[in-house]
Design a protein around this ligand. Structure first.
Ligand SMILES: [Zn+2]
Length: 81
């Protein structure tokens, strides 16, 4: 589920939003549209957030691993010349 953490520029509140195509992004407290998505999750508040963070970390690790493999392959190709 696309749950993201946001910080409101209007009242400074931080909250999680389930963002779907039809979701209007606004602060639940002051209804301000001036909200910013937080890149890092400062604290694990719920099991769903935790699972999401774990999933993100896993896919990031996988991406890094494939980058590493590609780099190694390119090195070997070059090395054989
Ligand atoms: Zn607000």
């Amino acid at each position: 589920m696309p749950i993201f953490e946001y910080s409101c520029s209007g009242c400074g509140d931080q909250f999680e939003l389930l963002v779907l195509a039809a979701t209007v992004l606004a602060c639940p407290k002051c209804q301000s549209g001036q909200i910013e998505r937080l890149i890092s999750v400062p604290a694990v508040k719920s099991a769903s957030t935790h699972a999401l963070a774990m999933k993100a970390a896993k896919s990031r690790d996988k991406r890094q691993a494939s980058d590493l493999n590609r780099g190694q392959r390119e090195y070997e190709l070059h090395h054989n010349d």
